[in-house]
Every structure is written in structure tokens, then in C-alpha cells.
Design a protein around this ligand. Structure first.
Ligand SMILES: Cc1cc2nc3c(=O)[nH]c(=O)nc-3n(C[C@H](O)[C@H](O)[C@H](O)COP(=O)(O)O)c2cc1C
Ligand SMILES: C=C(O[C@@H]1CC(C(=O)O)=C[C@@H](OP(=O)(O)O)[C@H]1O)C(=O)O
Length: 362
């Protein structure tokens, strides 16, 4: 099993959801970068479980302990290792799941691939909990990028059939990208947020779950990041985004909806604004030929409904090879897309920082 990625900035994630700890090691972070640890903690808090009734009841403070690579809040240039100790494991909830796998979770595939030896308590290394270390690296990357006037943000664009306002593809501002970062629910339109909360209350009562779409944006990129054919911005983002558990779809710019437009409408006509080359529309989401064109980068990810629901489901018994009904106990997110919003910001920030470093801009 390999949980490492990155070209210049090499990131490695370790741990299991019900093991002693989770964490990360990052190689090649530039030296001398001041990291505001209060801001990093605030960022971690946006993802942490147990904050409100719209997420899992498992309570983890997700306090980050640095073992190396940072002194007095400044990066040293040596490998940075950070760790979060797990505090609120409740492994008895998972007792029957090693032989009766949960539909849509990784229990069955991991059981076969790792011959029954993978630690699957709480989903083990496949758990959404492993996105906490991603947020450590992403929270640091965001701060480094901001000093270069590059800003990354995301919000919950939809939950089931309920839709938030979309980002403006052309005039996307730092304020737009930061809008939901201080909110308890990561949605732009506050009326929609209330409808979504009501929906979540109902879906919980029905012992079910729901999926959602997250929209992310980046502004301030120079023209020319990305190395086609296979190391373009889209390629690199796709590789790491699909590492986030629960993601089943990804689109850039106008994506699948864009296929309904004719070329004459879909093409992003060039223009000059303040002496700079811009495009009048941004259906390509700031990327052409795998290379940034200076317009905002925009993407959307589809996150499936949380696999673990309380309703009885059809499964099988791996010992007897017979059909068996499954009832899952435990503490689960009714919609994983909500807490995944900062995770997507983190992934995007890490990949963009890696691209900036590849280009020798840092
Ligand atoms: C932030 C976050 C929280 C999650 N919470 C849960 C959860 O409470 N229960 C659950 O069954 N799956 C949860 N998931 C999703 C599973 O981890 C994921 O579906 C599983 O690992 C299978 O991987 P796949 O969906 O990518 O194929 C969560 C994912 C993320 C990113
Ligand atoms: C702990 C986190 O989320 C967990 C992600 C998760 C899963 O299957 O992905 C299942 C649940 O685990 P547990 O049964 O141990 O409560 C969530 O609580 C976290 O995000 O930090």
C-alpha cells in the first residue's frame, strides 16, 4: 500500500482510524516559511469530527504535534513530520464488519487484497479520518501560497438536489474563496444552508445518507504551470483528489454540462484587461493544454453518499460464503461532502504548491 504523492513536494500519509495515531511526512517544504499555527488549527477545525449534529458524533480535537521540520513556527527545510493522536476510537462498532463487509465501503476489497490482515477498525487506513493529515499539509501550503497572492477556496455546491450559488468563473475574488471558511456550514447562500440542514435532519431520521458536490477555485496563478501530456494541472489534481475517500467524479470548468454548448458559445474569447491577456468567459476553468492560462482554476468533485447507514442492508458472510443481512452501528457522517470541503481545499493547495515549486517559482 502506498500513500505518497508529489513531485518536488513529496507527501506521505500514515496511520489508521482506530490505531494510535495518524500523520504525515512532507519532504522539500521550502525553509524559512512562517506558519501561523492558530490559523492552521482553525483550518483543521473545519474538518474535525464531532463539531455539530451534521457530522459524525466521534469527537477528535485533531491537535497537531510536530515532530520535526518546524521550529518556533518556521519551517526548517528538513522533512516535516506531524502527528495527531486518535482519542475517541470505539472499535466495538466494527466487530462484525470484518466478515460481513459494508456495501460501498472498502471492507471487502481490502479484505481480499490484504488477505484479511488490514486493520479495518473504523475503516482503518481507508477511513475519511486520513484526510486530517492531508489538511495539515494543505493548511501549510495555503499559507505559503497566500504570500505569493495565490488563494484557494471551496464550498458545498450541492447536497442531494439542493444547490448552493456557484462561483463566478471570471470574477472570482479572495473574499469569495474565503466566504465559508468561518461558517459552521460551508455554503454561500444562507437560505440554502437552512434547507440543507433540514434535509440532513430528515435523512438522519430515515437512517440514510446523501451525496454532494464540492466546488473549488484558485486565483492568482501565473500563466504556464503544468507539464503536459501527463503532468498537466488536471492530471496532477485528479491523481490526488481521487485519493480522498468517497470521490466518484471530477470535472474542470464547464465539465459535463459544457458538452451541451456549441463551440461558438463554449470557446473562451480572448480580451485585454489592464494590459493583461484574459478571457471573456472561463469554460475551460483556467486550464488549456494542461497549462494554467491565468484565469481562475475551477473544478468540482462528486462525493457519494456515506456508505455506513443504519438501515438494514444486503451483504454476505465471508466465512460462510452465504448471504447475510447487515445492520451497521456507530457514528457516521450523514453526508461526507460537508466535512470534505476543507479537504478539497487542502489537496488543491498542495498540488498547486508542488507545481509552483516544479516551475522554480519558490
Ligand atoms: C471527511 C470524510 C468523512 C467520511 N465519513 C464517513 C463515515 O462517517 N462513514 C462512512 O461509511 N464513510 C465515510 N467516509 C467515506 C469512506 O471513507 C469511503 O467511502 C471509503 O473509504 C471507501 O472509499 P471510496 O468511497 O473512495 O471507494 C468519509 C470520507 C471523508 C472524506
Ligand atoms: C473520524 C473521522 O471520521 C470517520 C470517518 C469514517 C469513515 O469510514 O471514513 C467513519 C467514522 O469513523 P468512526 O466509526 O471511528 O467514528 C467517522 O467518524 C474523521 O474524519 O476524523
Amino acid at each position: 500500500m502506498s500513500s505518497s504523492f508529489g513531485s518536488k513536494l513529496k507527501v506521505s500519509i500514515f496511520g489508521e482510524s482506530h490505531g494510535k495515531a495518524i500523520g504525515c511526512t512532507v519532504d522539500s517544504l521550502p525553509a524559512g516559511e512562517k506558519i501561523d499555527l492558530d490559523r492552521l488549527n482553525q483550518f483543521m477545525g473545519r474538518r474535525a469530527p464531532g463539531k455539530n449534529k451534521f457530522g459524525t458524533k466521534r469527537k477528535e480535537a485533531d491537535e497537531v504535534e510536530f515532530l520535526s521540520g518546524i521550529v518556533d513556527g518556521v519551517t526548517t527545510g528538513s522533512p516535516l513530520t506531524a502527528i495527531i493522536f486518535n482519542k475517541d476510537q470505539r472499535s466495538k462498532d466494527y466487530k462484525n464488519l470484518d466478515i460481513i463487509p459494508r456495501p460501498s465501503h472498502a471492507d471487502f476489497t481490502a479484505y481480499v487484497k490484504y488477505k484479511g490482515f488490514a486493520d479495518m477498525r473504523g475503516g482503518g487506513h481507508f477511513s475519511g479520518r486520513l484526510t486530517a493529515p492531508i489538511c495539515i499539509v494543505g493548511g501549510i501550503a495555503k499559507q505559503i501560497l497566500e504570500r505569493k497572492n495565490i488563494f484557494v477556496g471551496a464550498h458545498l455546491l450541492s447536497l442531494g438536489e439542493l444547490n448552493d450559488d456557484s462561483y463566478d468563473f471570471v470574477n472570482l475574488s479572495k473574499e469569495d474563496l474565503e466566504l465559508v471558511s468561518n461558517r459552521d456550514f460551508p455554503v454561500i447562500n444562507e437560505e440554502t444552508a437552512e434547507l440543507m440542514k433540514e434535509y440532513l435532519n430528515n435523512i438522519r431520521k430515515q437512517e440514510d445518507s446523501i451525496g454532494g458536490i464540492i466546488e473549488a477555485g484558485v486565483i492568482g496563478l501565473p500563466v504556464g504551470l503544468g507539464n503536459p501530456m501527463f503532468d498537466g494541472i488536471e492530471n496532477k489534481l485528479a491523481k490526488v483528489l481521487f485519493g480522498v475517500p468517497g470521490i466518484k467524479g471530477l470535472e474542470f470548468g464547464s465539465g459535463f454540462q459544457g458538452t451541451k454548448l456549441k463551440g461558438s458559445t463554449h470557446n473562451d474569447a480572448f480580451d485585454i484587461a489592464n494590459g493583461k491577456v484574459v478571457t471573456k468567459t472561463n469554460n475551460n476553468g483556467g486550464i488549456i493544454g494542461g497549462i494554467s492560462n491565468g484565469m481562475p482554476v475551477l473544478l468540482k468533485v462528486a462525493m457519494k453518499a456515506t456508505p455506513s447507514i443504519s438501515l438494514e442492508q444486503d451483504s454476505i458472510n465471508l466465512n460462510t460464503n452465504r448471504k447475510e443481512k447487515l445492520v451497521i452501528h456507530g457514528r457516521h457522517d450523514p453526508c461526507i461532502a460537508i466535512r470534505a470541503v476543507p479537504v478539497i481545499e487542502a489537496v488543491v493547495a498542495i498540488v498547486i504548491l508542488d507545481l509552483i515549486m516544479e516551475e522554480g517559482l519558490l
